[in-house]
Design a protein around this ligand. Sequence first.
Ligand SMILES: [Cu+2]
Length: 473
Amino acid sequence: MTGSLGLGAAALLGGCTAGSPTTPVRIPPTPTLSTPAVRAILRPGISQVDLGGITANTWCYDGQVPGKLLHAKAGDVVQVQVRNQLPVETSVHWHGIRLHNTADGVPGITQDPIAAGAEYTYTFQAPDPGTYFFHPHSGVQIDRGLYAPLIVDDPAEPGGYDHEWVLVLDDWTDGVGRSPDDILAAFKAEHGTISQGMNHNMSGMGGMGRSPLGDVGDITYPYYLINGRIPAAPQTLTAKPGQRVRLRIINAAADTLFRIALGGHTLTVTHTDGYPVQPQQTRALYLAQGERADLLVTLADGVFPLVACAEGKQGQGIILIRTGGGATPSATVRPGELDTDPLLLAALMPTEAARLPQREPDQVEQVTLNGQMKPYAWGMNGTTFGSDTPITTAAGRRVRLQMTNMTMMAHPMHIHGHTWSLPGNGGLRKDTVLVLPMQTITADLEADNPGRWAYHCHNIYHAEIGMMTTLQY
Ligand SMILES: [Cu+2]
């Protein structure tokens, strides 16, 4: 993330770190790791991709959207050599992984950007099983095709399902509509002062649909994709009636919250953001940018659309699940399950094993989310990244972040290098939590992974405009 907002090492090293203004928090040295169990080469580059009869010239990994699945076991050391074939610099962030700070992939905070034509190798241990993904932390590159799933298996897990399918959701404009950089430039051109309180000016939302969650997105996209396919040409997954399937769903979109349902089925949510939850049945759920949900479903006999509807917008992504005969649903099919009461993942409860040990916080930080659509400006604690004061703590502390959303828009807030525990939900573990308009969410973390960690909204345009800070110790 670079540009006029003053991002970069200078702002951080110059430091206005509370309590120690002249001593910036140092990045701890890279630990000695065992021989990598998983090795991969990742080539970010320019490619023509077929989205299902629509061809887009875009930036993606190894010529495909999504990029190839990266698979590891819990505890594995993963080594990925990035060969940057893009015309610009890039980086790779391993979203949700509790890795050491130097591998976190955030230019200006944990590393220098990977220059055009250059190579850079990430080596890290993936300690926790779960559904993760990776993407650049450079500008709005995630809103092109630069993303891929990362699945960390749990060798101790019994399984108990016949198939495991990974579904990656996205909002798509690159190569078919405005480029993400043009969208960002238009937002920056109207960039204004951040309102620190409520702002009722909704003039920016013309043409958008309504969501019971409030405003959830700024941008209308030409397409919404599941596994890189437009709804007119969806991927079809096949199984037998009565089989059980684990669905790992990842929202890799830049600006879109999805409402998800599988026609004719009830879903059981078993994990979110990698961690197990008390199994929760639902017919529909919301998935915000950066969130992941693992679902179990027992399949009926026929052809069923799994629909990810762009909340508050027009359009949807589809995948078809075929276990028997039947007509193919249309691209605009709308399963009735979508209009039941969709589950918010932050309402789940954790399993006993997922909980952090009970402990009172040593430090409580108030964090406000500020801004508005018109003029376009988003920030945290009344300012934007680069002018912010990092949140500092010390290793070994339990830190409580009280996030209050002072805006009329929902923000999926993401912490790097840690997974929060939400005391309002029995200690539910999440690294990305959707904070609704005017809502306060309390999120605790154990300061057990020192370094400089990005903490930001996962709407990439909000983050780029300045809705980001760091946690440092
Ligand atoms: Cu946001």
